[in-house]
Design a protein around this ligand. Sequence first.
Ligand code: SD4
Length: 312
Amino acid sequence: MKYGMIATWKMAYEGVVEGSEKLRNGKEVSEAVICAIESVENNPAYRSVGFGGLPNRVGEVELDAAYMDGERLCFGAVMAVKNIKNPIRVARHLSGYQRNNILAGGGAESFAATHGYESANMLTHESQQRWEKKIGEGYIPEEIEAYGGHDTVCIIGLDDQGRMGNGVSTSGLFMKHPGRVGDSPVIGSGFYCDSRVGAASATGVGEDIMKGCLSFRIVSLIKAGGDCQGACEKALFDHEADLKARGSKPGSMSVIAMDKNGNFGGATTQKEFPFVVSREEMEPTIFVAQNDGKVHRVIKATQDWKDNYLGD
Ligand code: SD4
């Protein structure tokens, strides 16, 4: 059995390197996925996840995270939590229970404190400055978008025993209303994972992703015999077309998928969406889904692309 990992955005690269190393050494998938996500959560240079994440409109970093175990279809999630250093760990903990799998706000924070999870002020000087600048410029609450497209780390892993796991972590949309929850910790929308089929995850404007339950939809297409790339494109573009046909103007949405054999795919409605893939026979590699409104394609990131990419 081969192992594999796929993750949203270039910012996941170092995490995928660390997580893949664990998979290569025969570690269980959840350990590899959690390690990879934590690497992004702990890095304040990545503006939209964990420490140094994007503040809500009152200047607080409020986080969402989830973990799904594709063997047992168990999942756990925390929503709108503050001051938890690694929300992904708490989400994974909750995935071990039969009930109380999703905890929000103060309930999640007291669960984390009771179980010894480290607390931290997640607002850095830089994230506060970004917030002050935005307050100064003004913004339209109903038109907040994904921050340069890249707000959420989603990581899918496949270990050498065929077990799959899927984790997500985000500070959500910049300037969101306090308490607002996006697609990321919502099962079927931000993530879905079934070791017998495959897994998918989404990033972008959560309100639009949730309307199409995109992750479950992709896994269902794979289950029905679709390949990962085709399933990502069909689910995403059918949903986008459906929203447009109903007169709405969907925000950016991007998706990734990996099946139980390590085949993968990615798709986006925005101009560019980088994602990272590693497999037994392939070192962690950055791919870019590109969409010019007419043609959608996936390329391997060139050195030139990497040198010029300004996002996380
Ligand atoms: C949310 N889906 O909170 C997240 C944000 C995101 O790229 O992924 N932006 O809606």
